[in-house]
Design a protein around this ligand. Structure first.
Ligand code: HEC
Length: 99
C-alpha cells in the first residue's frame, strides 16, 4: 500500500491532461465565467484578473489556465473536484475578455 500514492499521482496528472484537452475544445460562456471568477478567483487575482496578491491571470494560453485551475500550483488551489469542464471553459472565456 505504500506504493499507492506513487501509482495514483501520475494517473491524476493524466486525467487532468485529458480534461485540459476537453476544456479547450469547449465553447465558453463568458457571462457565467464572470460570476464564477468573481466568486472563486477575484480575491487573489483581482476583480479584473490583472493581479492582486496573486499574479495576473489574464493573457495566458487557454491550456495553461485549464491546467493551473485543475491542478493548482504552489499557493494556487486546485479546482479539479469543484468545477466541471464547462465551468472552467467559461472562466477562460471571461479571462479572454479581460485582455
Ligand atoms: C488563494 C489565492 C488564489 C485563488 C483563490 C486563485 N488563485 Fe490562481 N494563482 C494563485 C497564485 C499564488 C498563483 C501563482 C502560482 C505560482 O507561483 O506558480 C496563481 C496562478 C494562477 C494562474 C497562472 C498565472 C501565471 O503566471 O502563469 C492562473 C491562470 C490562475 N492562477 C487562475 C486562477 C483562477 C481562474 C482562479 C479561480 C478559479 C484562481 N486562479 C484562484 C493564487 C490563487
Amino acid at each position: 500500500m505504500r506504493l499507492f500514492p506513487l501509482l495514483v499521482l501520475p494517473l491524476v496528472a493524466c486525467a487532468n491532461a485529458a480534461r485540459v484537452d476537453a476544456i479547450v475544445s469547449l465553447q465558453g460562456d463568458a457571462a457565467n465565467g464572470a460570476t464564477l471568477y468573481a466568486t472563486n478567483c477575484a480575491g487573489c487575482h483581482g476583480a479584473d484578473g490583472q493581479g492582486g496578491s496573486a499574479p495576473r491571470a489574464t493573457g495566458r494560453d487557454a491550456a495553461e489556465v485549464a491546467s493551473v485551475v485543475l491542478g493548482g500550483e504552489d499557493e494556487m488551489p486546485a479546482y479539479a473536484d469543484q468545477f466541471d469542464d464547462q465551468e472552467i471553459a467559461d472562466i477562460i472565456a471571461w479571462l479572454d475578455t479581460q485582455g
